[in-house]
Design a protein around this ligand. Structure first.
Ligand code: NAD
Length: 274
């Protein structure tokens, strides 16, 4: 395939576009994952808390692709933080997925009030040493959480998966990632669909003969981000991957840059969540 990849600080590579499967029940996930893999996706983003790892695994097997061609991510949930609990949770996730390793295992939230994310990170380092996770990273970490795990273990996460879309562009955190050699991954990249009716996005879409979703996904790609749009609708799954045949120009990028907002966050604040 000719789809773009980004390289991690551990030498491995991640396909820049993946399928997100939050709020997708097992039976729906089977079809969505299979449809995506048949459309050319090679990257799927799930989590234990999504309760659909079984369906994701089934969809992967239904597509019949070689395991080494796929990039599968899952995440340890907040309730399973801590060294031993995380090792157990990873085992359970792999069992549900029907895989002997994931390509990326993430700490879902820092949950700083639990005080367990450093121990949890040590477990992820162990999982990588054992080959059960090829790469390890975090999600929803702020700079102070990143620096804490790096200082205490000497291991820098490959990636930080954070809320990021044109209305919440996360410029400061992205700069901190760049300084530390951490790839940035965008969750809710379409603003959970709320950005698709934005007039500035619509104007760019009309200009290129593309859809608003394609313009926003292209913006993530052109911004050097990993992007995991979610859809369970076959035509949209295909549409969201058909983004490699055009590029945004400087005027488009400037118009999207202007959509950034201080209060653009949709999801929970990582400092107080969990
Ligand atoms: P999203 O920004 O990907 O938006 C998805 C919604 O947009 C869909 O439900 C649909 O309503 C609409 N949509 C998608 N494609 C469309 C198209 N082509 N045309 C019209 N409408 C379209 O939202 P998301 O699901 O919140 O985020 C994507 C993924 O990010 C999740 O599925 C999950 O894998 C991940 N995520 C991670 C975290 C985290 O804490 N790490 C949090 C939220 C989401």
């Amino acid at each position: 395939t000719t789809q773009p990849h980004l390289t991690f600080n551990d030498g491995r590579a991640i396909p820049q576009v993946g399928l997100g499967v939050w709020q997708t029940p097992n039976d729906v996930a089977v079809t969505a994952v299979r449809t995506a893999l048949e459309a050319g996706y090679r990257h799927v983003d799930t989590a234990a808390i999504y309760e659909n790892e079984t369906g994701v695994g089934e969809g992967i097997r239904a597509a019949g692709l070689p395991r080494d061609d796929l990039f599968v991510t899952t995440k340890v949930w907040n309730a399973d933080q801590g060294f031993d609990a995380t090792l157990k949770a990873a085992d359970a996730s792999l069992k549900r997925l029907g895989l002997d390793h994931v390509d990326l295992y993430l700490i879902h939230w820092p949950a700083p009030r639990k005080g367990l994310f450093v121990d949890t990170w040590r477990a992820l380092v162990r999982l990588r040493e054992e080959g059960r996770a090829r790469s390890i990273g975090v999600s929803n970490f702020e700079v102070e959480h990143l620096d804490r795990i790096i200082a205490e273990t000497g291991v820098t996460p490959a990636i930080n998966q954070i809320e990021l879309h044109p209305r919440f562009q996360q410029k400061a955190l992205r700069a901190a990632h760049a300084e530390r050699g951490i790839v940035t991954q965008s969750w809710s990249p379409l603003g959970q669909g709320t950005l698709l009716a934005d007039p500035a996005i619509a104007a760019i879409a009309a200009k290129h003969g593309r859809t608003p979703a394609q313009v926003i996904i292209r913006w993530h790609i052109d911004s050097g981000l990993v992007v995991i749009p979610k859809s369970v609708t076959p035509s949209r799954i295909v549409e969201n991957f058909d983004v490699f045949g055009f590029k945004l120009d400087e005027a488009d990028l400037a118009a999207i840059a202007a959509l950034d907002a201080q209060d653009g966050r949709i999801g929970p604040n990582p400092m107080t969540a969990a």
